[in-house]
Design a protein around this ligand. Structure first.
Ligand code: ADP
Ligand code: 5GP
Length: 192
């Protein structure tokens, strides 16, 4: 790896419900030459999600095969399920000069950083703890117990983020947050 990379690699992390997917979608829709990596996961698909678009939903066996075949750039266990980034697509998009976004957790981000030291690392923060809980509820994806587990992890994730991320963006006003992340990656707006 190395010379074939022209595009920029950017990691976006943050606690569950903070607005990562919303921000990433806006970047893909509104800015030039952005590719959002679609991860594999062993977590069950929720009703609102689309296989191949939000994630590739796979069995534990299929996931293990990908690990053994060396097809993942990184993977991690998050909230009791496995999540991983398919390597080929990332490398292909980078070689085509695209800005590739990985929406992954802190453990995965640290692994990517060892392979790609130049990676841009962005951590999204909520304006308040209360607002984070409200957004997770609004999203309506998780049951009460899952939401509680995810919320209780947020403090630890935020604490470790201070150590590893050099870009922290508060997602209070969505437009401003999208603009800040776009600025960090040096993205240009699409013309209407
Ligand atoms: P994540 O991908 O980090 O888990 P989502 O992108 O699914 O989070 O967002 C969680 C919820 O918060 C969604 O209902 C989304 O519309 C809402 N949301 C995202 N950003 C903001 C914002 N700046 N202000 C208010 N609500 C927001
Ligand atoms: P969710 O289940 O809410 O979609 O995602 C849970 C967590 O897994 C989030 O922190 C998300 O960033 C992380 N995640 C999603 N895909 C990947 C991946 O491919 N690798 C890693 N390490 N984490 C991921």
């Amino acid at each position: 790896m190395g010379d074939e990379k022209n595009g920029k690699l950017m990691i976006i992390s943050g606690p569950s419900g903070v607005g990562k997917s919303t921000i990433c979608k806006r970047l893909v829709d509104e800015y030039e030459n952005v590719s959002l990596s679609v991860s594999l996961t062993t977590r069950p698909k929720s009703e609102s999600e689309v296989n191949g678009q939000d994630y590739y939903f796979v069995t534990r066996e299929e996931f293990e095969k990908k690990i053994n075949a060396g097809e993942l750039l990184e993977y991690a266990e998050v909230f009791g399920n496995f999540y991983g980034t398919p390597k080929d697509k990332v490398e292909q998009d980078l070689s085509q000069g695209k800005t590739v976004i990985l929406e992954i957790d802190v453990q995965g981000a640290r692994k990517v950083k060892t392979r790609h030291p130049e990676v841009l690392m962005v951590f999204i923060l909520p304006p308040t703890q209360k607002e984070l809980a409200a957004r997770m509820n609004d999203r309506g994806r998780d049951d009460e117990q899952t939401s509680r587990i995810r919320l209780s992890q947020a403090d630890d994730e935020i604490a470790s983020a201070w150590r590893y991320y050099n870009n922290m963006v508060i997602n209070e006003d969505l437009d401003l947050a999208v603009g800040e992340v776009a600025n960090i990656a040096g993205l240009s707006k699409k013309e209407n």
